[in-house]
Design a protein around this ligand. Sequence first.
Ligand code: HEC
Ligand code: HEC
Ligand code: HEC
Ligand code: HEC
Ligand code: HEC
Ligand code: HEC
Ligand code: HEC
Length: 421
Amino acid sequence: MSKIDCLICHDRTGSYKKAPPKAGMPDPKVDLVYVAQNVGQPTRKNCGYCHFSGGGGDAVKHADLNSALFWPKRTCDVHMGGYGFECIDCHRTRQHKISGRSMSAPVAEGGFSCEDCHSKNPHYGNNLLDHHLNKHCETIACNTCHSPVYSKCVPTKVWWDWSTAGNKKRGVEKGKYGKPVYHFKKGSFRWKESAKPEYAWFNGYVKRMFFGDKIDPRAKGFTDNDNLTFEQKQKLVFTNIIQPVGSINDPNSKITPFKVMRGIQGADAEYRYLLVPHLFPYNKEDKTAYWKSFDWHKSFAEGMKKAGLKYSGKYIWVGTKMYWRIEHEVMPKEFALSCVQCHESLKGERTCDRCHQDNRNVDFKKLAFKGTDFKYMHMQGRDVKDLIGQTDYINFKALGYKGDPIIYGGRFKKLPLGYKK
Ligand code: HEC
Ligand code: HEC
Ligand code: HEC
Ligand code: HEC
Ligand code: HEC
Ligand code: HEC
Ligand code: HEC
């Protein structure tokens, strides 16, 4: 906190801002007296000034922290849009330490969770689904059901391929969301709005790669002469830069939703670590910067000299990926996943009555299907056509189950019932 100035968090006028080339100093046009007379508790605007553009632009890095949260709709984020939460209503401070841990940095200021407010049994009342929903909380993180898609209102970058940079003739090209899909300085991008998360077991620990660590030993990479297509690049071995720790056999692990950011970056062909490019020229004379020379060799040589690690003089392009947990953009409760969206086995004629006695007063089918309606979301303009009618939403086999747990049993036990398959 010592390196952040006070007003960026405490200004309530909205006029305080930084001047990008001034290394964090305020813009000289700001009326500092006016700002100083109007300080107050930080709002979403203060925190969002930095956090909505992590990675160099709106929603580039954190899919679930983006400019839609300045004035969110209820459907974008039920806490901030529906109930008027500020960031600090959840990220409470103790002695000026803002709680909340990230995937990329170690927990310095204390973590917190949904359960701190909602308890371990958040579903209450006399709803017939509550029993099973609460039981699922032992195995499934809240947002797996409550954030079935992320980046609902602003598209996020999901793919960044540096290897294609350098084609000045192509310049800048825009894609379907009006976002750049090619930039001669930075390569190719892909964006996604209302994206389905990827799911992994997570126990709260994170494995991070440090600068100088070796890339995945199986990664072969490719060179500039290989001319791989996008599809071929998807089949590469991707090195995990940030990765959740967890397993189906660990009772502390839960199935957790992530945005996985994939990309292609330069690596040293001999030393097999990632390379740091030198991009922005120091001055007019500097010919080593990539954005001046468009020569990766020069750029890597200078970048690595600055970083203090050897460069062998040979580079390859390799796939990398990073996992960012989905924490924000919780949807209203009626958008949570339904039983059927996960359990294929409940799709047919028999739903709850596979195990429970039929009851004339209860519509089992309706209960099993109660949840998010992607058809409706699609009609509202969201990019979710491919999710309509999906079952096995989280892919049980990929998570280590034999198949639908209603048929094959849970991770530690099988229900003592004779199933009617
Ligand atoms: C990263 C954002 C951030 C920065 C930077 C920041 N603050 Fe705060 N500050 C907060 C938050 C959050 C609170 C708690 C507000 C609440 O819940 O009441 C707070 C509370 C305060 C309070 C109220 C008393 C207290 O401790 O609860 C004072 C006074 C204060 N800050 C002064 C400062 C000063 C002076 C600086 C610069 C040295 C500064 N702040 C920098 C976020 C920030
Ligand atoms: C001047 C820019 C700036 C402002 C304003 C700011 N932050 Fe941050 N914040 C950062 C940076 C930089 C990091 C570390 C980057 C990372 O881990 O991705 C960070 C990290 C965090 C983390 C993760 C901390 C950890 O230990 O893992 C949380 C939570 C957070 N900020 C919340 C807030 C909240 C809430 C506010 C508003 C009260 C706020 N920030 C205001 C720049 C800022
Ligand atoms: C409804 C509660 C809630 C609100 C409101 C909220 N957050 Fe969070 N946020 C969380 C939770 C839960 C985590 C995970 C905390 C942990 O594991 O310790 C988190 C994590 C974070 C992180 C770290 C994420 C990462 O992977 O790097 C940042 C940064 C952050 N929040 C910023 C913000 C900002 C900025 C706002 C306001 C625009 C905000 N949060 C509003 C619940 C909330
Ligand atoms: C297996 C999916 C699933 C999981 C896991 C889950 N929820 Fe829910 N949640 C739902 C559904 C579905 C509803 C809507 C129930 C209804 O309206 O009948 C709901 C409703 C709610 C409500 C509204 C109150 C209520 O009882 O209707 C809250 C609050 C809530 N969930 C919080 C959480 C929290 C916090 C967690 C994590 C500790 C969590 N949920 C985990 C599916 C889930
Ligand atoms: C600081 C406390 C706090 C935290 C942290 C928090 N919530 Fe909430 N949440 C609330 C309050 C207050 C409400 C509104 C009243 C209610 O429904 O209990 C609410 C409402 C909800 C609802 C019902 C929304 C509706 O349709 O009305 C869901 C679902 C929910 N929260 C899920 C979550 C999830 C998932 C997390 C973690 C990412 C989380 N909450 C973190 C306080 C919190
Ligand atoms: C996000 C996906 C998801 C949703 C939504 C979901 N389930 Fe499950 N369900 C699971 C997983 C994962 C398990 C295995 C848990 C374990 O390993 O113990 C499971 C296990 C079960 C089991 C058998 C094991 C047991 O311990 O009870 C029943 C019964 C069940 N679910 C019913 C339901 C019902 C009813 C609903 C709707 C209220 C529902 N599920 C919604 C993922 C889901
Ligand atoms: C695969 C079998 C299975 C399916 C399918 C199933 N349940 Fe259950 N349910 C159980 C078992 C077993 C229990 C007893 C407690 C436990 O072990 O979870 C239970 C308990 C309950 C309870 C609590 C009863 C009590 O006496 O406390 C309710 C309510 C319930 N189920 C409703 C439903 C609804 C509604 C559905 C369909 C949406 C459903 N169940 C689907 C196996 C199932």
